[in-house]
Design a protein around this ligand. Sequence first.
Ligand code: ATP
Ligand code: MG
Length: 464
Amino acid sequence: MSLENILVVGKDSKAQQLARPFTEQLFAADDTDDTWQMIESVQPHLILIGSGISHKKLCSFLQTREEKSIDTPVVIIGDSDSAQYIDQLISLGAYDYLEGKGRHQQLAEVIEKIKHNGSGTDNDNKRYFSEGCPSSVSIVGRSDSTIKALKMIRLVAQSSCNPVLIVGETGTGKELAARAVHILRHGADKKFVAINCAALTANLLESELFGHVKGSFTSADREKTGLLELAADGSIFLDEINIMPVELQAKLLRVLQEKTFRKVGGINEIDCKATIIASSNKNLAKQVKRGTFRSDLYYRLAICPIALAPLRAESRKEDILLLAEYFLKNSAVCPEKAGKIEGLTKLAAQALEKYHWPGNIRELRNVIERAMLLETTNKIGLSNLVMNPEQFAQGTDEPASAGLKDFSLERAEKELIAKALNEAGWQKTRAATMLGITRATLYAKVKQYNIRQPLAHNAAHATA
Ligand SMILES: Nc1ncnc2c1ncn2[C@@H]1O[C@H](COP(=O)(O)OP(=O)(O)OP(=O)(O)O)[C@@H](O)[C@H]1O
Ligand SMILES: [Mg+2]
């Protein structure tokens, strides 16, 4: 088993000897810095890096390869690296790490794997991503809008722009984009800490962000490290910054300007080295006009905003079916059906394309996962696409009109069980079979979610 061409990097002559039996053409570069042009002209099927290149250089090589979207597998030969170093190289995209004895056999196995899997990445999954999508980032979509957003993500990540602002409606992928910026800028081994500004009161949010010293307020019985400090030289994600209380906005602005902050009640200045990534699902400029968001903070944040279009936008519509298929193939919610359901019927696909997707990608994923649970054939049909879950939420205590935030898995499960029970005429054994769960589990879920039988069904049973 051999590959057409292999590029060996480094001055390690043993690496060249090792590679020679496995290729028709062997290319060599002395150092990782000399490889890029060669990779472009030779298009190697494998990059084999010999020992003797520093860990730091290897990491930066793998990062640049990622940024340049080069998917040639990289195999590293090493001697004495710690498990932690090896993990880091693998997390940065190295295909394998050969160590110890029996390297010939190890390389033979790696090459067999590469031949078997194409370039080493899942070829089938590849079609869901645009060419500009780095392999460490799972942002599905090939629409103009997604390509533009990915370009912006890469540009921002490569720059030193800090803070970074990501805007888009709910469910458009802001957190995913934030993680992508983080990975491309800092690598996977650096910390990414997230906090939702809408979920906490002003005081709690302040102490979560900045930390506090012991005794700074009544319940501060010990010192606390804030997230800005915990993020260290990684990233902190301030989700829904549009809801941040105005008094905290001033404090955040100071951090952005001075790059230092103080704990609540503290006097020492602490350096802030982290990349601050903020997201907003509302138009911040409008909020500035309304006086609920500070204009100086807005201008500071909006230097290079990454905008994510809603799914219904003409420029992103093309992603709908691609995302639907991706969720069908990769969903973890129903692993026994993944692979068995081949796709969508034509009518179902048309319905997905026509829908306005107020909850965007999160809603689409929930619709697909719900349909997978309900579907008994090998294609998702129109009848199992429930775009508006309220329609089968009767019989529960939930208010009829639920907000967009209610597209949670838990809610979906509750609605699914209610639907199955309704369809099975409240015969629990049948409903349990439809759902693929035991009667006992069904009873437990009905109790947990307080699902009650609608009156019409009660009446039907009473007269039966
Ligand atoms: N392009 C995409 N490819 C694959 N999955 C995606 C994509 N965009 C979003 N998702 C998935 O959709 C869900 C919602 O994405 P995310 O949480 O990033 O959205 P959001 O904009 O932060 O939403 P919200 O405003 O409600 O917080 C997540 O499960 C995410 O993994
Ligand atoms: Mg979010």
